[in-house]
Design a protein around this ligand. Structure first.
Ligand SMILES: [Zn+2]
Length: 92
């Protein structure tokens, strides 16, 4: 699979590390159900078939954190952007 890093350009996916879902929200540690919420946050992850937003690190390149929108059935990539809004603004 080839992924187009916003900084380096198109690279083989072996240069990057997959780090999971891009849009997970860390639970409130002071919440009444914090223990269960953190259990689910750490151990219960969705495994969608279809379009998915994923967090990747260009570990063997520029070390940018990027969000890849990818169809898990076809591996077709529809978008790639910096994970940090600060870098997204600079790229435009
Ligand atoms: Zn890169």
């Amino acid at each position: 699979m080839r992924i187009k890093c916003p900084y380096c350009g198109e690279r083989d996916s072996q240069e990057l590390s997959f780090l999971g879902q891009a849009d997970l929200v860390r639970p409130d540690p002071d919440g009444t159900d914090a223990q269960q919420a953190f259990h689910d946050y750490v151990h219960i992850r969705p495994n969608p078939a279809g379009v998915n937003r994923e967090l990747w690190l260009h570990a063997h390149g520029c070390r940018s954190w990027i969000i890849v929108e990818r169809n898990t059935l076809t591996h077709a990539i529809s978008s790639v952007e910096y994970a940090s809004p600060r870098f997204r603004e600079k790229a435009q």
